[in-house]
Design a protein around this ligand. Sequence first.
Ligand code: 4NP
Length: 159
Amino acid sequence: MVRVVFVCLGNICRSPTAEGVMRHLVRETGLEGAIEIDSAGTAAYHTGEAPDPRSTACAARRGIVLGGQARQFVAEDFERFDYVLAMDESNQRAMAELASTPAARAKLFLARSFDPSAPAGASVPDPYYGGPSGFDDVVDMCEAACRGLLDHIRKEHDL
Ligand code: 4NP
């Protein structure tokens, strides 16, 4: 089993979107028995909440179902998961502080680093305080990143 976790700040907008997109792609590829997918937030503000309705609506328009309840990322997640995917550099820095070994640090990536068309260091910007187009942009970025991540995992793990 290959295990991936997407991480943003609140775990109600970007990372649940990436989780839903990745689940959708993995199911399309028939690999749901081989790849486990989760999401978390670096902050605990929204613990227990469902994804933001604006994210859920945007994803639903593309046939993607979002679910789960927000939870905070914990240091032990570095043991449980093989790929820890930060949505932006601030999330990446917060998690780097929790990564106590070189093996843990080696699992930490920016999600968009798997999108071959994204510039180096590209983030998925926080849509929470912005307008509706920001939520659509998040889905677009997550789709491109997740396609690249799935290609990478399939090659790396012979799936
Ligand atoms: P997310 O978006 O990190 O993509 O889930 C946010 C959600 C909530 C807040 C910030 C960002 N907040 O400040 O409450």
